[in-house]
Ligand binder design. Sequence first.
Ligand code: SF4
Length: 167
Amino acid sequence: MAFEAYGGNGWLLTTFEQLINWGRKRSPWPLPYGTACCGIEMMAALASGYDMARFGAERPSFSPRQADVLIEAGTITKKMVPVLKKIYDQMAEPKWVIAMGACACSGGVFRTYSTLQGIDNVIPVDVYIPGCPPRPEALLQALLELHEKIDRDRPLRGGAARAAQGG
Ligand code: SF4
């Protein structure tokens, strides 16, 4: 957030939008949706060794109504699509999606009739993490990229940056 400090009297100037974005990006509540091996890497990122709390995301929620960042880690079969969509629809606005791993991004090696070839076929994705599996550090990097995306948002103008980017 861009702050301007004046004198020694404790004055700080910023815009209301930047203040909202700062609050949003510093307290994402992830909904961990691990469906396959990538889920293990996500669990490692949430554990103390990697400490996602540094990025304000230490509070995983298993209720979509109390989460704003869906972390989809693993293969999605077409049978699971209604569940994934329902969870996304029930999440609070504004919400973001991280597709973790090759399977979530594109179906990965599973080019089969039963596997969804990328979750962006059914829900919008904000950050893609490549790899099979991506390491926990990659999820931390994705969170930082999400911070930047939230920073570009214009919440008082209808989330213009988010809409313009198709997210
Ligand atoms: S991308 Fe690789 S590690 Fe991740 S769920 Fe698919 S097969 Fe497993």
